[in-house]
Design a protein around this ligand. Structure first.
Ligand code: SF4
Length: 1021
């Protein structure tokens, strides 16, 4: 029999179910639940508790299927990948063909297979539903046919190989139960209890229905008919269960005794027509400046509570929607000395043991200098002191002492100088690694390396000798075990996916290994059972605490924004639901999130604190306004960072407060060395001359000015306008930007390669229109120029033909194809024709571009990618690989366009008796022109693409730029302002969205210290 118990928000069925379960004979009842917390809670009370997968397996065992081969997600992807490839080769995917190479496509198709499987429909039923889908265009009908075919092939593969995905396993369990019912068999249980679920998929419902014909099934479902908006995610499951279930009218305990405001919130959230009531002190809403301050405000509050002994640590919960958004919480809990039940987990992919293996594998496809570099990185990793017993310092010195163009020479040198025998073995294994092998072969080799390295034994010895900490030991041991398991399971995935014998390049293998490692979490620190609980809102079913803090109540964060699926949009999914195929949509995510939020609110019995911060991108979560609307007087409290010495609650806060106050004596007592740093921070905060990029010494200013010189490129000027401190470090101290570590071709080289190809191509077609009728011929020419240029770059040592590059090369070829396609369309739509390419100015003694700015003569330099012409009108173009500067930045941080327009006007148009009408960008990644400027008064040669014609002043007012004279005047004003600030020694850090890890000043820049004083003007984040 099926019994349904509707559990209102804030109530719990656990006591009732546990009591019922304990009345049964041992082993005759079982609790099936969704959360590990509930499993543990039940087991502590002596109730047998499991999850749904365990139940399905137990059913199968009972029905005689002892072994069911479940496939992993990776194996599913491999199977789907093979099917896609086979169908494509047979020309059976004309619709999906253009999408197959796109990133994420395989994953999306695999998800679709999962979702179709979970609906409980057969391939025939899906094909039938698609065939009856009215109003589909021809191309969408093709998409539907291909989706149905993919699903049919996928299911066919699973059946033929006797393997099961999750839906398949549930389907099998449902079928076996049906057979058991027909055979009048029996189960081992008299009663099954289900709780902690708010929805079931089609196969789970089928299993439940069959089980209820063989034993008593009780389901506790969170549901209230009067609040449909709160239970949107449960509605379907409730409707389905109600077709067979008996609705039980049990009065459930109302969970913990809540303060009146909390009870009002829990019982009226999303209820229709609610009268607001006055709030009591049990609910607070806090707004902070940023995420860091949000975490600090919460932890400071908790510390005060713990200190006052008004609550115990395990009575407090800190709830966030996604743990990865709050990865700094662990370190901050440590800083404030707050014990926390938060697992110090990290992914295997980020672990040093894994990083070493990846560096080794990546070096297989490299050559010469790049391979030597990779090995110097590999040997410099601190782990090598344990793994190889290698003095890494010596290896680094060897790498720095000579410019190695050959890896073997470097390793031989390192071997000679260190006498490290394990290094010899590692090199030997490395030389045996083939550029192409099966996954099993690669995995065996790495397992061999791990076994020889004896990492766990060596780390254990070091821990015993006190040379590394317990955390350090666990870090290595957990990673070693997890990596070993991964290397053992990966070949199984490939085997199940029909790719056991397939040879992969080492680069592709590394990619697959890394992808799996990213999904593996390592628990590096023991759970602290005594501390505050830090957890995600998705794990809050039936949780109860005295105080709950819910952080990150921001738009798109909680509720979490989910993108619409790109294979079938939400609208299409709604149509399919009407046809009996209930695929999840992005709106379902919002329906789930309100459940998570309601659970978080219901978890608090004495106090609930909701916190958020806003920035340019996101405002407060809509939940904040919803909660406020339930009360007449619930105000948002704005939390300012604490700055007083007496308010400091951690050593770091104290240091900063002392530094700000200039309390050197106290600082000295705190720790040696802090005094100077603290004093420096105070000087930075008060903007003293000589600190924080604020130069004052006249002699120094003269030297800096000399170093800056009179020659300016657009990017030099733009760097200053973006962040003066970055400019100081880059152009005065001449520090190079930190390079992003790329395993494929780096963006700069990629950019120059594409520029070169386009230059050659355009040079061949100056003055010509490009027409569709010549597309094929032009395409062949572009491909030839691309290959030719690639060889030139390879010969000059600018690129290496490694595995990643092969993939990258194809991507670049596609970008160029896309460019040509669009270029022909632009050419046919307008009269502009290319007139010049790569026109350089200001370098050497030709094409000088001097400007008089406030009595000072400066020289501009640069290279204009292309100038087009229509009659006497000229238009300039700059190619960008991935992004164009925004129009709002024109004549502010975007000086390239104005300067190039001025240069083209003076050096080309004026000489030829014409005028420049504007200029813009061609973004190669997007395959189109973007952010193009055109003078208001431009008459002829208007481009056939979208343009803008204004600049913005400091207050955001739009000012039309009518002609070249106005542009010249405005540009000179900006340059005069820029040069004046430089001359006055203004080089303060200015934190912007361009403030990235590759800034050469990132490690020394102290912009974080410069928090604004409350009410002050300056803001850096
Ligand atoms: S890190 Fe940011 S603020 Fe600091 S110098 Fe670089 S760009 Fe400027």
């Amino acid at each position: 029999m099926l019994h349904l118990l509707c559990v209102p928000a804030g109530c719990s069925a656990s006591d009732d179910f546990f009591a019922k379960a304990l009345q049964q004979e041992n082993g005759r009842s079982m609790l099936v639940t969704s959360s590990t917390v509930l499993v543990q809670k039940a087991r502590r009370q002596g109730v047998n508790a499991v999850n749904f997968d365990y139940l399905a397996n137990a059913v199968l065992r009972r029905c005689g299927r002892l072994h069911v081969r479940r496939i992993s997600r990776k194996a599913q992807e491999l199977i789907v990948g093979n099917i896609l490839q086979a169908l494509q080769e047979q020309g059976r995917l004309p619709y999906f063909e253009k999408l197959i190479a796109k990133k994420g496509f395989l994953r999306s198709v695999t998800s679709l297979m999962d979702q179709l499987g979970s609906c409980g429909v057969t391939p025939d039923e899906i094909a039938d539903a698609f065939a009856h889908w009215d109003g589909r265009s021809g191309s969408y009908r093709q998409k539907d046919r291909e989706s149905a075919e993919l699903y049919r092939e996928y299911i066919r593969y699973l059946i033929a190989h006797d393997v099961y995905d999750v839906a398949g396993m549930y389907r099998l369990a449902a079928e076996k139960l049906e057979t058991l019912i027909q055979a009048e068999g029996a189960l081992q249980w008299d009663t099954l209890f289900f709780m902690g679920f708010y929805q079931f998929d089609a196969w789970q419902l089928s299993i439940i229905r069959s089980l209820s014909r063989l034993c008593d099934v009780w389901i506790a479902l969170p549901y209230e008919a009067v609040r449909p908006e709160l239970y949107g995610a449960t509605e379907f499951t409730y409707g389905d269960l109600m077709r067979q279930a008996v609705l039980e009218q049990v009065t459930l305990p109302a969970g913990p005794q809540r303060k009146p405001s909390l009870q009002h919130l829990v019982s009226t959230l999303r209820a229709p027509e609610i009268k607001p009531v006055p709030a009591d002190s049990a609910i607070e809403i806090w707004q902070t400046e940023d995420r860091q301050e949000e975490m600090r405000a919460v932890l400071r509050d908790i510390k005060k509570l713990l200190h006052g002994q008004t609550v115990k640590a395990d009575e407090v919960a800190v709830v966030v929607r996604r743990m990865e958004d709050y990865s700094g919480l662990r370190a901050l809990c440590d800083e404030y000395g707050i014990p926390a039940q938060l697992r110090g987990s990290a992914t295997l992919a980020a672990n040093p043991v894994f990083r070493c293996i990846v560096t080794l594998l990546s070096s297989v496809s490299l050559h010469g200098r790049e391979q030597a570099d990779a090995w110097s990185d590999l040997l410099a990793q601190p782990l090598q002191r344990i793994a190889l017993g290698l003095p890494t310092q010596i290896a680094t010195e060897i790498a720095n002492a000579h410019y190695y163009t050959d890896c073997k020479t470097f390793v031989t040198e390192a071997l000679q100088k260190t006498g490290c025998t394990p290094l010899q073995d590692l090199w030997q294994t490395f030389t045996e690694l083939k550029p192409e092998a099966t996954v099993e072969e690669y995995c065996e080799k790495i397992l061999g390396i791990l076994s020889v390295a004896e990492l766990k034994v060596k780390a254990g010895q070091l821990y015993k000798e006190g040379q590394i900490t317990l955390t350090g030991f666990k870090n290595i041991a957990c990673a070693h075990d997890a990596l070993t398991l991964l290397l053992q399971s990966l070949p199984q995935d490939y085997l199940a996916g029909g790719c056991g014998n397939k040879k992969l390049s080492c680069a592709l293998f590394t990619e697959a290994l890394t992808e799996k490692a990213e999904g593996i979490s390592l628990n590096l620190q023991p759970e602290n059972q005594e501390g505050i609980t830090v957890l995600s809102a998705v794990n809050l079913e039936e949780a109860a605490f005295r105080q709950v803090y819910v952080l990150g109540l921001r738009e798109h964060e909680f509720p979490l924004f989910k993108h619409e699926n790109w294979l079938y949009s939400d609208r299409e999914r709604a149509d399919l639901t009407a046809l009996g195929i209930g695929l999840p949509s992005s709106a379902d995510g919002y329906r789930e999130d309100i459940r998570f939020f309601a659970n978080a609110c219901a978890a608090a019995s004495e106090r609930l604190v909701l916190t958020f911060f806003t920035d340019d991108e996101q405002g407060a979560s809509p939940y904040i306004a919803e909660v406020q609307s339930l009360f007449t007087d619930l105000k948002i409290q704005v939390k300012k960072p604490e700055r007083e010495i007496a308010d400091s609650l951690s050593i770091r806060e104290l240091e900063l407060a002392l530094a700000r106050e200039g309390q050197a004596d106290f600082l000295r007592q705190l720790a040696e060395g802090i005094t100077e740093a603290g004093g420096s921070d105070r000087k930075r905060l008060t903007n003293e001359t000589g600190w924080n990029g604020n130069l004052g010494d006249p002699e120094l200013l003269r030297q800096v000015e000399r170093q800056i010189g009179d020659r300016f490129s657009a990017s030099k000027l733009e760097t200053y306008r973006g962040c003066p401190f970055r400019f100081l470090v880059s152009y005065v101290w001449q520090q190079q930007p930190a390079e992003e570590v790329e395993e494929d071709m780096d963006p700069v080289r990629r950019g120059s390669l594409l520029h070169k190809v386009l230059e050659k191509f355009i040079s061949n077609h100056l003055g010509e229109p490009l027409q569709t009728s010549r597309q094929e011929e032009l395409q062949a020419e572009l491909d030839r120029l691309f290959s030719e240029t690639w060889h030139e770059f390879a010969e000059q040592g600018q690129l290496y033909a490694g595995d990643f590059w092969q993939h990258d090369k194809e991507q670049q070829r596609l970008l160029l194809q896309q460019w040509l396609h669009k270029e022909i369309a632009y050419s046919e739509a307008g009269s502009l024709r290319p007139a010049y390419t790569e026109m350089e100015f200001g370098r050497g003694s030709t094409n000088l571009m001097p400007l008089e700015i406030n009595g000072r003569r400066i020289f501009l330099n640069g290279k204009i990618d292309r100038i087009d012409r229509a009659g006497n009108s000229f238009y300039i173009t700059d190619y960008k690989s991935s992004q164009a500067p925004k129009k709002a930045d024109f004549l502010d941080t975007n000086l390239q366009l104005p300067l190039y327009i001025l240069a083209a006007d003076r050096l080309v148009a004026a000489k030829e008796g014409g005028t420049v009408t504007g200029g813009g960008y061609y973004v190669l990644k997007d395959g189109e022109r973007k952010e193009s400027f055109l003078f208001v008064n431009a008459q002829d040669g208007k481009p056939p693409w979208q343009t803008y014609s204004e600049m913005q002043d400091e207050d955001g007012n739009k000012i039309p730029v009518t002609d070249i004279t106005v542009l010249q005047e405005k540009t000179e004003q900006v340059l005069a302002d820029t040069l004046r600030c430089m001359g006055q020694g203004g080089f303060r850090p200015t934190h912007t969205d361009k403030c990235d890890a590759y800034c050469p000043a990132a490690k020394i820049c102290r912009y974080r210290i410069l928090q604004p004083d409350p009410g002050g003007e300056e803001r850096h984040e």
